[in-house]
Each structure stands twice: as C-alpha cells, then as structure tokens.
Design a protein around this ligand. Structure first.
Ligand SMILES: *Cc1c(COP(=O)(O)O)cnc(C)c1O
Length: 384
C-alpha cells in the first residue's frame, strides 16, 4: 500500500521491462500510415521495403551485405549452413547466453563447445578459447551480451591463427561500436565472417513480430546466404543447395526502416538511463553495477546488476510485489540444460553469475521518477 501512495504522489507511469507502446506512440502517425501503405500494396513478401531496409542497414553498419531473414535464430542457422560446417564439427561459444546460439549448433549436428565468461563483461573468456580448440574446431561464435562487444581483436587473432570462422551473434548489441586499440571504431557484427541479429520486439531495434538479419563483407558468403534463405534457389525453380524458407515480411521491413532512423537515439536514451541507474545505485553495498570497458561502448540491451551476499531471489520477489518488473538473464548455464549437458569441465563464472545477476527495467522511455522509485525500493528491501 505504501508504494501505491508513493506511485500516485509521483504520478508515475507503470514501469515495464520494455515500454514499446510509449516508443511507438512517438512514431505516429508515420508508423500507421506506412503499415497501411504496405497492407494496401499487397506486396507482403519480398516487397521493395525489404530491399530498402537491407540497403539502409548496410549503410548504417558500414558493411557490404545485409540479408534479412525471419528471426535471429534462423540468422544463426543460415550463417552456419553458409559456412559449410559438417556434422561433428566443433563450434566454440559462450556458456552464458540465450539458448538459440547453442541450439542451432546442435540442430545442425555440430558440437557446441561451451566456454566460461569474464565476470565483469559477461562475454566469452578469451583466455579459455585456445584451451578447447581441437582438430575438429571450425568456428567461434561470440555473443555480444547485453549490449557490449566481446574482445574482438583478440578473438579474431585466435581465429586467424587456427583458421576458424567467426560468427558474431549481435542480437543484443546492434548499433554497438567495437573500438580498436588504434581508436578505430567498427560496428558489432561486421568484424567476423558473418554477423547475425534479431529484430524481436524487445531488442534494441525491434519490429512488430519476428525478424532477423545477417551481415557480411564477403560477396560469396552473401550470395550463399541468400540462396539458402530462399530454398537453395539460384534462379526461380532451380535449386542448387538444400535451403530453408526464411524471410522478413514487408510490413516488418517497413517498420524497421522507420525505427532504424532512431536507433542511435534509442542507444543514447538507454545509455542515459544506465548512467542514472549507475549514479543512484553506486553506494549500495551488495549491488554491483555494469562494468564499462575501453574496447566497446554499451548499448544496454539489458542493464544487468550483480549481487553480492544479497538474497537476490528475495529482492526480485519484493520488487515484483511493488510492480517493478525484473528478470534473470540467465538463470541456468547452458552446460546444465538437458540437451547441452556438459560436466566434463568447470564453468565457475557462469555458475556464479546465474545465481547472482538480475536485470532492471531498461528501455528508451524510462524516466527519472521511475528509476528513482526502483532504486528506492531496492534500498528499502536491503534495509529490511
Ligand atoms: C534474441 C536472441 C536470439 C534469437 O533471436 P530470435 O529473433 O528470437 O530468434 C539469438 N541470440 C541472442 C543472444 C538473443 O538475445
């Protein structure tokens, strides 16, 4: 009851993990007009919006080819099929990620080789990669988790030395910059052989349904990805490869074209909300705010806190009881999930993170009042 009064006193909008309604309201009537235009055109599949979106995203990322597809999981599948990986080949990826990354490796009868992560960045631990490389290793799939790039310079050097492909899972870091030691910046997802992303509604660039894309600077790979995404077809009714059907709907492409124009602004709003959280949370013992690194900016797909000697699950339950949504990304290491079970090695960092992290609401419409309320409630629980 106390929190209700407090809520009312502040005249605060309900807090959501992601507030798409408020984000989309700001794009009206452009968004509705465009959707209606596509509806009236009846070009629902392969309409010109798809090609235009691919071109505009390629220009934004400064990459030669963007190939749109049906979702981020398909993008990973198309990438691994295009690289010609064969059953039994080993693919190194992180143990601390969304399941899709390992799932596609397993689905193609490749062997996911999981690697522990760095405790500050939550990204693949570069120092472990070479220890798990064997004669069967063919690729490394770093995931730029929560909005921050993996250590790409080091990772690319390892890949080059061992002649491995690199597929960057950029589903959570679209728009992030990798910053080289020289100071040069390059967009996440455009450094390895192929980058993949998702336009799931809650991602930093989200559509109103499912969507995904691949990026590459390699002409041959781009052609192959396009063919595989379209039933392995070289020209209509001529099928040179076993492919799949994975397309981005025209309506989604049209929506994404409008939202892509705002992607940098969305990133800035998220980064600003993160700075506010950092400031408000900085002196609370037991709560560790996200660590910033020199080699990447952070586009804050998620704002993930680490807890230390705090009853994390009790805190989460308390926050939910006062209408503050929060979530655990991810509660279980992949190596402890049934299909990916691997007890042959230890993953102490992933294990500890799964038990200690949680994410606060993070989106482009979060305001200071909401963040103040959230942090006050965290303090309240911790002082109980
Ligand atoms: C969201 C996500 C995916 C999958 O994207 P979908 O569009 O939902 O298939 C893959 N990898 C990571 C890291 C993700 O966050």
């Amino acid at each position: 009851m106390i929190y209700l009064q407090y809520n009312q006193a502040l005249r605060m909008r309900a807090i959501q993990m992601v507030d798409l309604k408020a984000q989309h309201d700001k794009l009206q009537p452009t968004l509705n007009d465009k959707i209606l235009e596509v509806v009236n055109s009846t070009a629902y599949i392969k309409g010109q919006e798809v090609q235009l979106f691919e071109q505009e995203l390629a220009a934004y990322l400064d990459v030669k080819h963007v190939i749109a597809c049906a979702n981020g999981t398909d993008a990973l599948q198309l990438a691994m099929m295009a690289l010609g990986l064969k059953p039994g080949d080993e693919v190194i990826t992180t143990n601390f990620t969304y399941v899709a990354t390992a799932e596609i490796i397993a689905l193609l009868q490749l062997k996911p080789v999981l690697v522990d992560v760095h405790p500050d960045t939550f990204n693949i631990d570069i120092s472990v990669i070479e220890k798990v490389i064997t004669s069967k290793t063919k690729a490394i799939v770093p995931v730029h988790l929560f909005g921050q790039c993996s250590q790409m310079e080091e990772l690319m050097a390892i890949a080059k030395k061992h002649n491995l492909f690199v597929v960057e899972d950029t589903a959570q870091a679209l728009g992030a910059d990798y910053i080289y030691q020289s100071g040069r910046r390059q967009k996440a997802g455009t450094i390895g052989d192929i980058g993949t992303t998702s336009f799931f509604p809650s991602k930093n660039l989200g559509c109103m349904g499912d969507g995904g894309a691949l990026f590459t600077n390699d002409d041959d790979l781009a052609l192959k990805i396009r063919m595989i995404a379209n039933h392995g077809q070289s020209k209509q009714y001529y099928h040179d490869l076993v492919g799949v059907n994975s397309r981005l709907d025209t309506i989604q492409a049209a929506i994404l074209r409008i939202k892509l124009k705002n992607l940098d602004e969305y990133g800035a709003l998220r980064a600003n909300a993160a700075r506010v959280y950092d400031e408000l949370l900085k002196d609370i013992s037991g709560i560790i705010t996200p660590v910033r690194i020199g080699y990447s900016n952070h586009v804050f797909h998620q704002y993930v806190l680490k807890t230390h000697e705090v009853n994390r699950d009790g805190l989460i339950n308390y926050l939910k009881s006062v209408d503050i949504p929060c979530n655990i990304y991810y509660p279980v290491p992949l190596n402890e999930q049934k299909p990916y079970m691997d007890n042959s090695r230890e993953f102490p960092v992933t294990k500890a993170l799964c038990q200690s992290v949680f994410a606060l609401p993070m989106h482009t419409e979060l305001d200071y009042k909401q963040q103040g309320f959230i942090v006050n409630q965290i303090k309240r629980y911790l002082s109980l």
